[in-house]
Write a protein that binds this ligand. Sequence first.
Ligand SMILES: Cc1cc2nc3c(=O)[nH]c(=O)nc-3n(C[C@H](O)[C@H](O)[C@H](O)COP(=O)(O)OP(=O)(O)OC[C@H]3O[C@@H](n4cnc5c(N)ncnc54)[C@H](O)[C@@H]3O)c2cc1C
Length: 517
Amino acid sequence: MSYALKVARAHKGKVCIICKTSLDEANTSFAQGGVASVTNLKVDNFEKHIEDTMIAGDQISDPAAVEQVVRMAPDQINEMVHWGVNFDRQSNGEFDLHREGGHSEFRILHHADDTGAEIQRGMMEALRSHPNIEIKEHHFAVEIITQHHLGVEVTRRTPDIECFGAYVLNPDTQKVDTYLSKVTVMCTGGVGAVYQTTSNPVIATGDGIAMVYRAKGTVADMEFVQFHPTVLHHAGETHPAFLITEAMRGYGGILRLPNGKSFMEKYDERLSLAPRDIVARAIDKEMKKHGLDHVCLDVTHKDPAETKRHFPNIYHKCLMIGIDITKEYIPVRPAAHYMCGGIKVDLNGCSSIKRLYALGECSCTGLHGGNRLASNSLIEAIVYAETAARHSLEHVDEYTYNTRIPKWNDEGTLTNEEHVLITQSVKEVGEIMSNYVGIVRSDLRLKRAWDRLDLLYEETEALFKRVKASKDICELRNMINVGYLITRWAIERKECRGLHYTTDYPLHAYDKSNRSE
Ligand SMILES: Cc1cc2nc3c(=O)[nH]c(=O)nc-3n(C[C@H](O)[C@H](O)[C@H](O)COP(=O)(O)OP(=O)(O)OC[C@H]3O[C@@H](n4cnc5c(N)ncnc54)[C@H](O)[C@@H]3O)c2cc1C
């Protein structure tokens, strides 16, 4: 959205936004915490934000990407404000700043606890009133178009793969239309929906990453999936699952097994207040050991009035499903939350495919390295929207529309009459990924995932060739692709690093090099 606003004002042509559901059904709408940026120079500075980001990323973030995001952040905040996004302010007019885990200073701009929804609102209003921007909601991008569609053999070694636009499913005709463009931007968000439980909405099926990978573009860092330790375990609410904020553990919440036994003392002296990754791993281990589908968070020992006052949303949400959290445990489990990797891009957001940019969660800028620092993702998206906008405006006049692109060929395909073939496979992908490629991995689990995904891949590709393109089958293909990429990258990383934790290689590569010295 920010890229569209930035390029549209240059009046170099029209921008068309393709969105597979409604614009507001996006990870952005769900962001709670806020946006990280150094704005209070009395106590904070860029170096501190850079250092915090590098530490969170387990020292494998790309320093150039980190510098760029941190230093450009304040100007981008100003631009968001200019577009009409409101951030909370103190009575003196200065931003009201929060501090989150991993940040050494108060630097999180926020709008109450629904910052993402406010950003989404402000940007949508600006977009919808812009004469140069056309928005196509409920249109599904199926594939990007490259010279492959002109009959040229394209492999991962082909040097000059070029993107000429995208094939897009039209909801009214159920036909796939050809959209030609001079410049294409992939900004399809996260991948949480490839897991059984996620804080992401259903749209997060990793479509852009899968499309670019199929087009032989470069992806990176796919093993680094961030899990939130506690979402509400409630049947039927898995995409998105309701987030139980970490503040609840800060308030004194204790993690317990359903039989009441606490377990964090086995894992970390900070108990339930240990960092996110440690808590997520501990819960995962206990669930696997005892064959449970959840553990519990207990605040029954706290003053009921206080609990209701501090956590009104959680209190009401739980009450709606029959749980009074002042008297009963909250059933919780970890859930897929954020993808640090994705389509590899340079400092201008350029992917390995010419004329194709990638922005936001589907991209891998190198900022996050092995793990994302809280509230660094929204700011990354908007900073890279700025550099990509500048770069594409500089180059757009060099490109022409490639009018030789053939129409989508669906000759001989049938309407899929057996929807169960898709829904069952979607379920299987979730089970495979959650059980074998989740928070704790091992060679054996990863191999099992690989074999199962391979079978699903073969079946689904065969089905895709037989039936007309639909949103459901395209999403399934993409989820299998993304599952494969996470698994493959996890197999290749033979160490514990950042978010990637494997029982077969417990040492950090850094520890190993230290030991051999
Ligand atoms: C519960 C939650 C809390 C979070 N809190 C924070 C926070 O406090 N601070 C922070 O910085 N980050 C936070 N994040 C992460 C952050 O919200 C996301 O990383 C960011 O919003 C991603 O933005 P995006 O534009 O890349 O993707 P999205 O906002 O998800 O947008 C992707 C868009 O692409 C469309 N799309 C996808 N596939 C297709 C297709 N095939 N065809 C057409 N359209 C398609 C979707 O419909 C959607 O509109 C949080 C995330 C969650 C889930």
